[in-house]
Design a binder for this molecule. Sequence first.
Ligand SMILES: O=C(O)CCC(=O)C(=O)O
Ligand SMILES: [Fe+2]
Length: 451
Amino acid sequence: MNPDSADVLPVFDIGAVLGKRPDEYNAEDLALCQGIAQCLHQTGCLIVRDPRVPAGMNDQFLDLLERYFGQPTERKLEDCRPHLDYQVGATPPGTEVPRCVVDPALQEQLRRLQSGNQATTPTGADAKWRFMWRVGPRPAHTAFPELNAEPVVPKAFPEWRGLMDGWGAALLGAATAVAGLAAVGLGLEPGALQELMSGGPHLLAPTGSDLDVNSRTGVVLAGYHYDLNLLTVHGRSRFPGLYVWLRDGRRVAVRIPAGCLLMQAGKQLEWLTGGHIRAGMHEVVVTEVTLTAADAARAAGRSTWRVSSTVFTHCCSDAVLRPLGRFGEQQPATAAVQQQPPQQQQEAPAPAGCTSGDPTESYPALKAGEQVQRELEAICLRKVGADATNVSCPGSGSGSGANSGCSSGSGSGMKGEGLGTGSSRAGNIVSSSGLAGAHTTATGVAVAGNR
Ligand SMILES: O=C(O)CCC(=O)C(=O)O
Ligand SMILES: [Fe+2]
């Protein structure tokens, strides 16, 4: 059985530093920053308590999205914007293709996951719906208009804008604070990450999956992938199914302690740290515990739509991604080895090119908007070669060749709905027996040897 995130990851309570400038941080605050940076380096994940985030708003948000996704399919299809690369509005099932389906380097990584920590190998597009809602101010000028497009406001939801803006801003605020603390802990300029985030195409991007339809264990709602953005924030979902991999290769069931958020590093954070922090891998699959929760919801007359409370924070599209500060300096081979986390199990293989001592070779200077476009092409949300220059993504090992998994009719409808893409896998089933949460202090990462 896979451990729960609440048992293996410490909780970082950021309440004490909110409202302080970095030059006012005391020793405890600095230890918090270092703990956050170390946890991101060692695991790719963080559990954070930000007292400003109103927990009740998560429920209002989930209630709203359950009603939204519960609408007839035709209604939701009106909200799709394929010509804007689905970066606003709805995305139907059968559209987004998990990166591992099209990326040989990730396929190799999948094969090397050890027994008990394996992923459900997806064979096609995800079974989930999604809704993308822009959060925060849009840039006055941008070379990437489709990433910064006007929002889609679904009909028949007068409360939509207020609730989506409110919950999105709360999660973005938490991630922005964490970015400041992580920068300090990483030894960067305190504002280095936050400045890049300013004007970024941040998205409140809930997924929606109907568990009445996707009702077999092993159905892949979102196949093994990393997120392409800077830092992803997850509030609580009402249904389990999200699994993350720590850098040491352990597969962990996401359980978020009450009042907390789970954050995971995305590709842009990997880029900015020259691979010191790796984008965290994860998947969403239907398991016995998902179905048990769906049965309970059905019996109580509640919605059986699994809605995620996800925010993708981004670097500004027109800003340049490159390894920052010390991460841009060439590492002697021995120093690079010393940076590796303790080996509990076999670590996931490094992305292609990451063994080079020169981080700018693996992570060349590139506008964030171009990096996003490349990734969107690879996962079939953007038409190949729409207008971006051809730059390969670190870890892909495939450049433009990563697009082979996109069928020509991508985005045209409901290829995956109800069918799912997974085959049943006994090893994929976890038990719901509640393990008591290990609430550890914010300093020090209680990861290695914690279980
Ligand atoms: O549905 C979830 O819980 C997370 C989905 C996810 O990984 C994604 O949207 O990138
Ligand atoms: Fe994801």
